[in-house]
Design a binder for this molecule. Sequence first.
Ligand SMILES: N[C@@H](CCC(=O)N[C@@H](CS)C(=O)NCC(=O)O)C(=O)O
Length: 215
Amino acid sequence: MKKLYITRTAPNPRKALILLASKGISVDDMDDLEVIDIDFATREQFSDAFTTINPMQTVPVLTLGDGTVLNDSQAVCEYLDRVYGERSVMGNDVVQRAEVCAMRRIAEFEVLYNYMLAFQHSHPSKAERVEQVPEFVAPSIARAIKALPYFERALQGREYLVTDHLTFADIVLYLGLDFGKALKVNPSEHGDNLARFYQMMHEQFSIKKMAASNS
Ligand SMILES: N[C@@H](CCC(=O)N[C@@H](CS)C(=O)NCC(=O)O)C(=O)O
């Protein structure tokens, strides 16, 4: 039996949940995969049991029946994309895959990662994980905001970033925008296209919506 270790409110594990949901698959309803919720509130990611599985003490982690451990969201999502569902959200031909990869990395490194840095350097719950430098917070948020016009332009006249259907690049951008909200950056104030995109993704994939569809 495969095991997927997740925290349903955190952006990196949410990538896997949204990827599956976009293929019409509920993670709690899979025959060959068991979900294990890791509770950050009780610091379960630092427990001996979880550290044995992932010494990096992060989620998501996917373990396969043969002992393989995938302890990075990109690797987990590549695996889930190939094994489950009909269509690939990573792109269906060589050029599409490359375009999705480019957009995904820009969304990840410029938007999501900078918001995560700001969060890690400001939130009391992350003091154990990083040596907090309060001076990092504002420049990290500013750097994420600086990337938003790029995506506003990329979404001009189109529903999704690459092709006419949802890809992994959209999932990562949405998670970046959603995480920014925790830092008081409202994506809807950064252009009509971003506002529309965020709204469309949030209606389907918000934490609340996905919790409701899993219950
Ligand atoms: N490179 C890793 C990073 C994973 C990561 O940072 N996950 C966060 C949740 S979004 C985590 O587990 N944090 C644990 C903590 O903050 O203690 C990946 O993409 O899987």
